[in-house]
Design a protein around this ligand. Structure first.
Ligand code: RIB
Length: 333
């Protein structure tokens, strides 16, 4: 016969609410002695909380959904780690979904997460998301968007970084280091962060009176293959360039691979700058100059705001614009 929460409470001489708070690891005002006594009785009796039953009563599952567009891109797992760390601390579990940058998969996940009764969703949109789908408009739980804003989507909060300023600082740094013929190997311009980085590149080139090269924007994917393909095209077409501002670090890694294969010296002949500051940026030779995004903090803050919203805690700001930081390493003079 399965032991119930009522019997645990009786054995521990506490209320069922106290048992529930101990089980959900809530940082409530429960003395260490009480917590230990309840946990000991749970262990002795082999009690397993019935999450489905309790969610029917509380209308809460203490579960969050996290929807990201590309689990293979190191930028996103670090963001997920931040969200999961805070969720776990607050007694929530996270369901991680990878949309593979496909909007139809994203919409299916948004529906599935609600069918699984998550209490809220942290949503990083596909880089191809340009329209508010009906699935998005039908979302009935609190949503926090991170990194990529969706115009017209009603959300509790959104957390982004100042991509335009980060790009402006990166390209200004390249110009100050003497690079002039700077091309932008960009991510998909359907993605707002990619467009903002391009805007920062244009403003830096303009403010420094540097002529824009013909066809200076090479738009593609946030991937190393795209970086390799784009720079191979420049090299094979004997385009004159001395600087590459890349839309993210994966693009920069592909660019460095191509330059290395053609024995083109970095940073002496060509300066290369990325964006994200993933761990691999410190593993290239020379190490990649890039723009650090606080992705762990973005995930942590998103989970914090979402749980506060779910639990009815008033939060000061709706939207957060976090700062980036230029990390000067060896791929620029
Ligand atoms: O690397 C993936 C890119 O997509 C990151 O720069 C992040 O900002 C996201 O938009």
């Amino acid at each position: 016969m399965k032991i119930t929460i009522k019997e645990i409470a009786k054995l521990a001489d506490v209320s069922t609410a106290t048992v529930s708070k101990v089980v959900n690891n809530k940082d409530e005002k429960i003395s260490a002695e009480t917590r230990e006594r309840v946990l000991a009785i749970i262990k002795e009796t082999g009690y397993v909380p019935n999450r489905v039953a309790s969610s029917m009563v509380t209308k809460k599952t203490n579960t969050l959904g996290l929807l990201i567009p590309d689990i293979a891109n190191p930028f996103f797992p670090e963001l997920a780690r931040g969200a999961e760390d805070l969720a776990n601390k607050m007694g929530y579990t996270l369901i991680l979904c990878n949309s593979d940058n496909k909007m139809e998969k994203e919409d299916a996940y948004l529906e599935m997460l609600q069918e699984k009764m998550v209490d809220g969703i942290i949503y990083v949109a596909s880089s191809r998301r340009t329209v508010l789908s009906s699935a998005l408009q039908r979302v009935r739980v609190p949503v926090i968007t991170v990194d990529r804003k969706i115009p017209g989507l009603k959300v509790q909060s959104q957390i982004t970084v100042d991509n335009e300023s980060g790009a402006y600082e990166a390209v200004s740094h390249m110009i100050q280091r003497g690079y002039k013929k700077i091309y932008h190997i960009a991510g998909p311009q359907t993605s707002l962060p990619a467009r903002q980085r391009y805007e920062g590149y244009l403003r830096a080139m303009g403010d420094n009176q540097v002529d824009l090269p013909e066809e200076h924007l090479l738009e593609g994917r946030f991937s190393s293959n795209w970086g390799f393909e784009a720079v191979t095209k420049l090299v094979e077409e004997k385009v004159e360039f001395d600087g590459l501002f890349c839309g993210n670090d994966l693009i920069a890694l592909g660019a460095l691979k191509c330059l290395h294969q053609h024995d083109i010296a970095v940073p002496d002949l060509i300066g290369v700058v990325g964006f994200d500051d993933i761990d691999m940026a410190q593993l290239t030779s020379p190490e990649l100059t890039t723009v650090n995004q606080p992705n762990y903090e973005m995930g942590y803050k998103a989970a914090d705001l979402l749980i506060k919203t779910i639990e009815g805690v008033k939060t000061r700001n709706r939207d957060y614009l976090l700062k980036t930081q230029l990390i000067q390493r060896g791929t620029t003079r």
